[in-house]
Design a protein around this ligand. Structure first.
Ligand code: 5GP
Ligand code: ZN
Length: 112
C-alpha cells in the first residue's frame, strides 16, 4: 500500500526504532509512547482489519502472539504487558494497517 505509513516503515522508507524483525513481522517503538514501553507489532503484509483475516492471516496472527509471548523478557516486559488492537472509528484507529500495541514497563492504568 503506497500511502501506508507502516508499510513504509516495513520497507525502511520511514525510519523507526526496530526492536524485533523476522520475515513476517516487525516490532518497533511507537513514536508517541503512552507508557514507559510502547511498541507496535505489525505484520509485514498490509491489511487493516481483523475482519480481513483468512486462515493464512489467522495463523500468522497466532504465530505473532506466540512470538510476543516468547519475547516478553527480551523486550523488557518481565513485569507484564498489555496488548491493544484498535479497529475502526470508535476505537480511534489512525493507521489502517493492522498493528498490536504492546504496552508495559510500569503499572498501567485501566481506562475505557
Ligand atoms: P492507532 O491509533 O491506529 O491504534 O495507533 C497508531 C499508532 O502509530 C499511534 O500510537 C502512533 O503514535 C503511531 N505512529 C503513527 N505514525 C508513526 C510513525 O511514523 N512512526 C512510529 N514509530 N509510530 C507511529
Ligand atoms: Zn500497510
Amino acid at each position: 500500500m503506497n500511502d501506508c505509513v507502516f508499510c513504509k516503515i516495513v520497507a525502511g522508507e520511514i525510519p523507526s526504532t526496530k526492536v524485533y524483525e523476522d520475515d513476517e513481522i516487525l516490532i518497533f517503538k511507537d513514536i508517541a509512547p503512552l507508557a514507559k514501553i510502547h511498541l507496535l507489532c505489525v505484520p509485514k503484509e498490509h491489511f487493516a482489519y481483523l475482519s480481513e483475516l483468512d486462515p493464512a492471516r489467522a495463523a500468522l496472527l497466532g504465530r505473532t502472539l506466540e512470538k510476543i509471548g516468547k519475547l516478553q523478557g527480551e523486550l523488557g516486559l518481565g513485569g507484564g504487558y498489555r496488548l491493544v488492537v484498535n479497529q475502526g472509528e470508535h476505537a480511534g484507529q489512525t493507521v489502517r494497517h493492522l498493528h498490536i500495541h504492546i504496552l508495559g514497563g510500569e503499572d498501567l492504568p485501566w481506562e475505557k
